[in-house]
Design a protein around this ligand. Structure first.
Ligand code: WTA
Length: 664
């Protein structure tokens, strides 16, 4: 289990309460959940594992519209890293998300835009969405975007972010969204690695009453991206922003030129749909690649069964489109199922801590989905902010990090008034959609457990020491999956070898998640967190190596070690230990510079919460940095450091302990 390996106690699982789908949730249901009972789930699940081809062929034909039907359901294996789903099938993702609903009911609301400032939003119907998407698709073609090209998107949470993605996939191109909180340097790296020649952005963003200089960041990034030929700029605030003639185009001017219907490009099921960069254990972020048919099916299936989406539902996922949660659950799942999706530009704290609940109440939201970090913040703000009635709310989702039992209970009792079912959904950028999760209205839940596997997902607990699968219940180890599922990532862009090494070669025949997990006496899964050098800050996935690489760019830094420490509000926080070059004087100002360095190099959300300037880092004689020792010191467990005599200089440990104590 990595450096940190400790086996958490399974016994705790025996003591927790089991919550069944509340009767009141079923009473307010417009009809009934898609799956009738836990037994029915178990039967369907078994089918999905023993006869995956039959199961998925039927679902793919039911939930997606194909221009050409497929013959083969699944080919390839995890060991070979050549998995393909529905290979002869042809379809267009935008057609599936927009056209087919617009043709049937053009006046149905597709997007509920809730602007940063309450009251400034608007609704877009499926008919309007089809027209807007078509126009932007036309513009992209005129800008030279062709089938298979990647287009970078750096936009705030506005309807145009969805329109941009849908326009890109309409012309058969591949979107590569970069979270608008990333710095110019990070954007630059992703534009270059993804080989994007067109970027879509906005003049400015607006969040929590504050303005963000979006276009300026893009301009900075593109100084070092000579291959970018076009930038399409949406006017969000009307700020005066620099414009590069010949490269930059205003969205509102361009869309006026073109008709409001353009035929979608017919794509093969395995054509790439998007790249999304995520952090791993090495410094360089990887462009996780998803393909069309399988990804769309995973999104539609989990939307339908995990969130129990029914026609007429109004779905609100608070994730940002810059992360996988925003991709799958703001954009794809709700639109594939033809329901209304909320696009929320603001923050849960603006203008006050009631914002989410007011949105849910006002728009009669049926499903709400958010990360525990937001819930911790709102719980701390106090129950008085949760006054809204929220009468239609049936499902409350949690994602991105473990949810503590007391936060789970607050969500259930105070937010949901025991009338909504909580689904704690475990998944990753690489899995494309929920993989271990309750089904709303069906699965009994235990606070803190993501419960049972989704259809087609066959989890395995592996002993990290022997590499062998551990069978049976009441076991702990690392989590892997034994069968390919439709929405799994197919590669890392331009680095298939890295894809194999990270996910498929670690335990041959399995997909390795990078998470530790336990399976309790009833077969429920408990996610323990990452076993690699990934930290999870407010649900944002960060690599310690990436932050260390950012710090080392500062001229005063000789060496650094970054570790994640438990944090009440953000789940984990980044702490950095920095050894500075000889002749440089340590100071508060220098510490601030280091923090700024990380903000500039990666983005504000990656900034270390604490920086300790130390004379040296604890290292083995072969030079390996012992992050475990640093973590123990931060946790106040100096008495459990183990044998430190093998360090190249054991005396640094005491010095570091003193520095940490003095700083607190
Ligand atoms: C963690 C976010 C516990 C896990 C969708 C995983 C979770 C990483 C849960 C992926 C959950 C996600 N309970 N931990 N319900 N969901 N994680 O790629 O460590 O940003 O490997 O995808 O988040 O983060 P990513």
């Amino acid at each position: 289990m990595g450096e940190e390996g400790k086996a958490p106690v399974v016994a705790e699982a025996h003591l927790v309460d089991t919550f069944h789908p509340p009767q009141k949730m079923l009473d307010k249901h417009p009809s009934k959940p898609h799956v009738g009972s836990l037994e029915e789930y178990q039967k369907l699940y078994k089918e999905s594992i023993t006869e995956p081809e039959k199961f998925w062929a039927q679902k793919a034909r039911e939930l997606l519209t194909w221009q050409r039907d497929f013959d083969t359901v699944r080919s390839g294996t995890l060991s070979n890293g050549d998995v393909a789903w529905f290979p002869e099938g042809q379809l267009n993702a935008a057609y599936n998300c927009v056209d087919r609903h617009a043709f049937k009911d053009p006046n149905k609301v597709a997007i509920i835009y809730e602007a940063d400032e309450p009251g400034e939003g608007r609704n877009l119907t499926y008919g309007e969405l089809l027209r807007e998407v078509s126009r932007v698709a036309y513009v992209l073609k005129k800008m030279g975007v062709r089938k298979g090209d990647t287009v970078a998107v750096y936009l705030p949470m506005i309807p145009e972010a969805l329109i941009a993605l849908l326009a890109i996939i309409r012309v058969g191109a591949v979107h590569s969204v970069v979270f608008a909180g990333f710095s110019a340097d990070s954007l630059r790296d992703r534009v270059i690695d993804g080989q994007s020649r067109v970027v879509i952005t906005a003049d400015e963003g607006k969040r929590g009453g504050k303005l963000i200089g979006t276009k300026k960041i893009v301009d900075d990034a593109l100084k070092q991206c000579p291959d970018v030929t076009g930038v399409l700029v949406f006017k969000r605030t009307g700020a005066d922003v620099p414009f590069t003639p010949g490269r930059d185009l205003w969205w509102h001017e361009e869309v006026q030129k073109w008709p409001s219907y353009i035929a979608p490009e017919i794509m093969n099921s395995e054509d790439p749909l998007f790249l999304l960069y995520t952090s791993g254990s090495t410094g360089k972020p990887k462009g996780v690649m998803h393909t069309t048919g399988g990804y769309l099916l995973g999104a539609a299936m989990t939307g339908k069964y995990v969130f129990d989406i029914h026609d007429g539902d109004r779905y609100f996922c608070g994730g940002d489109v810059g992360w996988i949660t925003g991709h799958t659950y703001v954009v794809y799942a709700p639109l594939l199922l033809g329901v209304s999706t909320v696009v929320f530009e603001g923050t849960p704290a603006y203008p006050n801590f009631s914002r989410y609940w007011d949105i849910i109440d006002q728009h009669e939201i049926t499903q709400f989905y958010v990360a525990p970090t937001a819930l911790r913040l709102l719980k701390r703000a106090g129950d008085d902010f949760v006054k809204a009635r929220m009468p239609k709310l049936r499902v409350l989702g949690s994602v991105g990090e473990p949810i503590a039992a007391e936060v789970w209970k607050w969500y259930f009792e105070v937010v949901g008034r025991e009338e909504a079912h909580i689904v704690d959904t475990y998944w990753q950028t690489e899995t494309g959609s929920n993989v271990i999760t309750p089904l709303a209205g069906v699965t009994p839940t235990k606070p803190g457990s993501a419960s049972l596997p989704f259809f087609g997902v066959e989890p395995a607990i592996i002993d990290p020491v022997s590499g062998e699968e551990i069978h049976g219940n009441d076991v702990e180890g690392v989590l892997a999956f034994k069968q390919p599922w439709p929405s799994m990532a197919r590669t890392v862009w331009g680095a298939h070898k890295r894809y194999m090494e990270t996910y498929l070669d670690v335990y041959k025949g399995y997909y390795f998640t990078g998470d530790g997990a336990g399976r309790d006496h009833e077969g429920f899964y408990w996610i323990r967190g990452r076993v690699d050098d990934v930290v999870n800050v407010s649900g944002h996935r960060l690599s310690t190596a990436e932050i260390e690489a950012a710090l080392i760019e500062h001229h005063a830094v000789a060496e650094s070690a970054v570790v994640g420490v438990a944090d009440e509000l953000t789940g984990q926080a980044v702490n950095a230990f920095v050894a500075i070059n000889k002749g440089v004087e340590g100071s508060d100002a220098l510490r601030k510079e280091f923090i700024l360095q990380v903000r500039r190099s990666i983005g504000p959300f990656a900034a270390p919460k604490a920086v300790y300037i130390v004379p040296d880092l604890p290292k083995t004689r072969s030079g390996k940095i012992m992050r475990r020792i640093l973590r123990k010191i931060l946790a106040g467990e100096e008495d459990q450091l183990g044998d430190i005599t093998t360090l190249s200089d054991p005396t640094v440990v005491d010095k570091i302990i003193t520095i940490v104590h003095e700083a607190r």
